[in-house]
Design a protein. Structure first.
Length: 1142
């Protein structure tokens, strides 16, 4: 999407638009009004397109998703800059034209798409069009951007008025070039700019232009029987009247009469360029709710958007397009209209308005050194959409002047290897920064170092330094070049790809020497593939995967004595999702299904719709042993409309696309066959569409590229790694766009499969704890805590129920309460923080039951909201939970720590915001809490982990991007607040875990500590020897902000054993301990190895007889006698007796 923004700050025009910072010392990028919190911002280097016009792109990563903007800064006060409007094919009624085509044929420097238009129809823009002072189409109801004769930009709702005068009679002229303008007794003026127009039942007066410079016309004819008014030739116009207006034409005008036509546009009658759009977003520096807006239902929908913002002086603008619909590398969501307004306000816009969005949103620019424009954004359709018109920026130079500067290799110094060559680009620019169409003469100094031949720089056979000189006339520049005779390292890109059978992949090689990047052409290295059956590779690095193998192999590049290798996975391992033969679980509809939840998921489901039906075909079988296939019958009449017929599962949640061996599929596979007398369906207007829900309920669709013919073919449907898995199938659909003739036939579907890479996941050995920073220490017993500071108890997942007072959750919770009260001194917690899921469901009796238990602890406590406190959403937290426990998010200080507790009960913070008490967005509140924090250590606390520590990966934020931003926010706070420490504290994923995670959930040395403390009597998700046991944790915060912690299993007893109880002096034996958990009448007790991560200590009653390692339990026999060996975990002990002899 493209947005044009013009602004002025403090009375001074700003040409390079920047966010207006709230605080230059802020630790996060500024968040524009109406946006979710922005956590990351990246802006590309500014490029000058011509004097007064610059461009850059900007990626803003918010907690709600990524947004990507393409921006033009336009200084209209520059004498080199002017704006212009271009109409598709110079005609209002047309097949429309791409923005790049309009830009190139009109020699524009840059531009954006313009008005909304009648897509799949006449192509007519819906609003005003004026070009170079000529009114091509009179205003409609929506906002118009105009340019006055002195270059001033206006944004307003314009209105048209006109009068036709013939002799002493006159009549109101209602419109110009409105092909429907004759309706309801209307009179419209038609010019050659309209094109062919249907005029049945209307009166047409054909006119010849009068004297140049006047508004007079001569009547050539008055006709009443025309069916179509053909495109008028130059110098002619026509009046078309319906009803009373037509009667006036017939009675008043005669061949040879002279008439005059007066026209006026208000409030701006001095415009020379005008283009429609809307709505107006900002008026006089404030949000504006335009009462007359195109498609008002899209106001709060995320879409690609195009907009223009203006400075208060109206002479400086920024054009911005935001990508959307997950287009492009950044997978941008797109903005709502209020968010676009917020973005423009944040950039200083005083006035702003939108243009057409969605797949129409596009920005183009002629980049330095280029003769034609490039597409600067990523259109959401995957390619340019033909549109009605566009707003463009031009240099006032008719042709470039003499060269004043030369640019070589974009001014980046070159390092290359001896006896290799690379292509070098160079161009010249004039004083207005326009590209000069002259070849740059390149020479190398010294000439022995390298040479230039046909645009390539060829290194000699000796290392050295030199200069690459470029010259056009008197313009001259030099670029440092270095030739090296060896490389230190090689790197192949892309690294470790997963490829389909038969897929091609071009590998590139880069190298370094002494830390400097070296340009290495792919054909300068030797390539090899292992094993031979993996595929083949050419001399220049083009790899072709085997057409049949499903395997993992290696590609190696060798240069001199240096090589680099990457692993390459070829083929996919299929896993059946559904055979597509159970008709009772499928329905058919011609209605829109890209919403959540599916409105038609009911049983029984319908099998017939006006445009087709579904059935089970027992005759069409993909393989001989199959039962049959799902037959989607369609019957589309020829019409100007978009048909959409969908076969949908009655219960999408029963068709899950999930993980296999810990990894998610990279694609889906589907067998498809057509049955049509027309042969293969024309994919330009008939396409297959597959829809599914992501785990965060985002409705997503994919259009596989396939020509459906009368044969079975296997269709591969790529899946993005950024999707939130598991996916649920939503529909299999056929879409027909404006069929020119009847389309009728059947599509057969069979065997939907998920396709997984053969690349095995790297096994990560279990580690109870990462390498923690000095300020964070695990202790084998709370008795090892420092004799200063404050202790906090943490636990989660009891699942208590008032009707089950003897169940495991209740019994374990009561046992924890007893233990907490028995801890002495500073070990005894000053406060308890529950992390949620303390009840089985959020009914009031259950909440009151767990409250009574925790009241009995005699220790102040807080409870975070879990998904069970809200009965999985059936009893939202602003109801029963709040009535019993109070706010859903809150913060407090204990010692030198700040606890910030958030609500993720709907499996993420964003999706829980609608139910907050107090009512406010949680991320913005979190930032406020961090901004005002004075404690040295911060515990950011919520129920659901951002990332599940267990292999299943199903107990984490439903939106993976939100998870990444949650972690990134903590990272940025700690990095920008020297001396502050951050701990992320979670429950939900039953078991104990500590990891140090980066933004992507990878355990790294410098990551933020992520603790999961979850399981008070509920079945664990982790094995007992890896934290899967009932437990609680004590966190001891020292006055200096350092944190000590212990992990305490809730045990009935401990048994201590060794493979022998008698030792001779000098012998060793490994002693082991096993704990038995507290439980209730609903679950069996489990056996827990007393080892890390459970805090534990080993001791000997007589170390003279036998000593023991206090952590590992390894006994060393020293002197004859007996000793009691004891294992202590928390407040539970077990022992055995050892005898030592000579």
């Amino acid at each position: 999407m493209i947005v044009f923004v013009t602004f002025c700050l403090s009375g001074r025009a700003v040409s390079d638009l920047q966010l207006i910072p709230e605080d230059i010392h802020n630790w996060l990028p500024m968040t524009p009004p109406s946006w979710p919190l922005v956590v990351q911002q990246h802006k590309s280097p500014l490029q000058v397109l011509t004097r007064g016009v610059t461009t850059y792109n900007e990626t803003l990563k918010t907690v709600g998703g990524p947004e990507h903007a393409s921006v033009l800064n336009v200084d209209l006060s520059s004498k080199n800059v002017r704006l212009g409007v271009v109409q598709a094919h110079e005609q209002l009624l047309s097949s429309d034209e791409t923005v790049s085509s309009m830009a190139n044929r009109s020699h524009a420097i840059a531009g954006i798409n313009g008005d909304f238009f009648e897509i799949h129809g006449t192509g007519d823009p819906i609003n005003m069009v004026m070009r170079n002072g000529q009114l091509l189409q009179s205003p409609g109801n929506y906002a118009v951007l105009g340019v006055t004769s002195n270059g001033q930009i206006t944004m307003a709702h314009e209105a048209f008025s006109g009068t036709v005068t013939a002799g002493g009679a006159s009549h109101v002229l209602n419109s110009v070039n409105r092909y429907t303008g004759a309706r309801d007794n209307g009179l419209t003026l038609i010019t050659p700019a309209l094109g062919n127009m249907l005029v049945a039942n209307n009166t047409v007066a054909l006119l010849q232009s009068g004297a140049p410079g006047t508004n007079t016309y001569i009547v050539r004819a008055v006709q009443t029987k025309l069916a179509t008014l053909k495109k008028l030739p130059g110098g002619t116009q026509a009046l078309v009247g319906g009803g009373t207006a037509g009667a006036w034409l017939r009675s008043t005008l005669h061949k040879g009469d002279t008439l005059s036509i007066a026209q006026q546009v208000v409030p701006d009658n001095n415009l020379v360029q005008a283009i429609g759009g809307g709505p107006i977003l900002i008026k006089n520096g404030q949000f504006y709710n335009d009462p007359v807006a195109p498609n008002p239902g899209d106001t709060n929908v995320h879409n690609p958007l195009t907009a223009v913002g203006l400075a208060q002086d109206g002479r400086h603008a920024i054009f911005v397009v935001f990508d959307g619909h997950e287009a492009g590398v950044t997978r941008g969501r797109g903005l709502t209209r209020p968010q676009m307004a917020g973005y423009l306000l944040a950039h200083g816009a005083y006035q702003a308005m939108m243009f057409d969005g969605g797949g129409s949103s596009e920005m183009v620019g002629r980049l330095p050194g280029q003769k034609k424009v490039s597409i600067l954004n990523t259109p959401s359709d995957g390619s340019e959409r033909p549109v009605a018109n566009g707003l463009f920026v031009y240099s006032t130079e008719e042709r470039p002047g003499r060269a004043t500067s030369v640019v070589i290799n974009n001014n980046k110094p070159i390092t290359l290897l001896t006896n290799t060559s690379i292509a070098v680009k160079a161009y010249a620019r004039d004083a207005m920064n326009n590209t000069v169409d002259r070849a740059v003469q390149l020479t190398v100094h010294p000439s022995t170092l390298a040479s230039i031949k046909q645009g390539r720089l060829l290194a000699g056979n000796r290392a050295g330094n030199g200069l690459l000189v470029g010259r056009v006339d008197k313009a001259l520049s030099g670029l440092p070049i270095t030739v090296v005779d060896h490389v230190d390292s090689l790197h192949i890109t892309p690294p470790n790809p997963d490829l389909d059978n038969g897929q091609k992949q071009q590998f590139q090689v880069s190298a370094t020497v002494h830390g400097t990047d070296i340009a290495v052409p792919s054909d300068a290295v030797h390539w090899s593939v292992t094993p031979d059956g993996l595929g083949t590779i050419t001399q220049n690095g083009l790899f072709t995967a085997s057409g049949t193998a499903v395997t993992l192999g290696q590609v190696t590049a060798t240069l001199g004595g240096t090589n680099a290798s990457i692993s390459v996975a070829v083929g996919k391992e299929p896993e059946m999702i559904t055979p597509l033969i159970d008709l009772n679980n499928w329905g058919v509809t011609d209605r829109y299904l890209n919403i959540n939840p599916c409105p038609y998921g009911l049983v029984p489901v319908q099998h017939i719709t006006p445009d087709g039906s579904i059935s089970l075909s027992t005759s069409e079988k993909q393989a001989p042993g199959d039962v049959g296939s799902l037959d989607l019958h369609y019957d589309f009449a020829s019409a100007q409309k978009v048909y959409n017929i969908s076969a949908y599962p009655a219960a999408p949640e029963n068709i899950l696309i999930g993980s296999k061996n810990g990894q998610y599929p990279s694609a889906l596979g589907l067998w498809v066959k057509g049955n049509t007398a027309l042969g293969a369906l024309n994919t330009t207007n008939v396409t297959l569409k597959v829809g599914f829900y992501q785990s965060d309920n985002t409705a997503t669709n994919i259009y596989p590229t396939v020509a459906i013919g009368n044969y079975w073919q296997y269709v591969t449907i790529p899946l993005q790694s950024t999707y939130s898995f598991p996916l649920r199938l939503n529909y299999l659909a056929l879409v027909a766009d404006n069929p020119e003739s009847e389309l009728k036939g059947d599509i057969y579907f069979s065997k939907l499969t998920a396709l997984y890479s053969p690349r095995p996941l790297a096994a990560t050995p279990y580690q109870p704890f990462p390498q923690n920073p000095d300020w964070l220490q695990f202790k084998q017993s709370p008795t090892q805590f420092s004799q200063d500071g404050t202790t906090i108890a943490v636990f989660d997942d009891a699942h208590t129920a008032a009707a089950a007072p003897d169940a495991a959750g209740t019994m374990v919770l009561k046992a924890i309460g007893d233990q907490l009260q028995r801890w002495p001194g500073l070990i005894r917690p000053a406060l308890v923080q529950s992390l949620g899921d303390m009840v089985e469901n959020g009914q009031l009796p259950n909440l009151q039951h767990v409250k009574s238990i925790m009241d009995g602890f005699g220790i102040p406590y807080h409870i975070a909201v879990g998904n069970h406190e809200i009965t999985q959403g059936a009893t939202p937290e602003d109801q029963n939970f709040t009535a019993v426990f109070g706010p859903t998010h809150y913060a407090y200080t204990v010692g030198n720590s700040r606890f910030i507790v958030l609500d993720s009960s709907h499996i993420g913070l964003l999706c829980s915001d609608a139910y907050q008490v107090p009512s406010e967005p949680q991320y913005e509140w979190l930032k406020q809490q961090l901004d005002t924090n004075t404690s040295q250590t911060v515990f950011i606390t919520t129920h659901v982990p951002a990332y599940d520590p267990h292999p299943a990966k199903n107990s984490q934020f439903r939106n993976s991007f939100e998870a990444a931003m949650y972690e990134e926010l903590a990272h940025r706070y700690e990095q920008t607040h020297i001396g502050k420490h951050v701990i992320l504290l979670f429950g939900h994923a039953r078991g104990f875990s500590e990891q140090r995670l980066d933004t992507n959930g990878i355990d790294v040395k410098n990551g933020i500590p992520n603790f999961v403390v979850a399981d008070v009597g509920a079945p664990a998700y982790a094995p007992a020897d890896q934290g899967g046991f009932s437990h609680y944790a004590l966190f001891h915060i020292r006055p200096n902000g350092a944190v000590q912690f212990a992990v305490l299993p809730v045990l009935n007893k401990i048994e201590v054993k060794a493979n022998r109880s008698r030792l001779k002096v000098g012998q060793t034996v490994q002693v082991k301990a096993t704990g038995t958990t507290v439980t209730g009448n609903d679950l069996p007790a489990i056996k827990v190895p007393i080892q890390n991560p459970a805090s534990h200590l080993w001791s000997s009653s007589d170390t003279h007889v036998a000593s023991i390692d206090t952590v590992t339990g390894l006994v060393q026999a020293r002197h004859p006698g007996t000793a009691t060996i004891t294992s202590t975990s928390g407040q539970t002990k077990g022992s055995m007796t050892l005898t030592v002899t000579r």
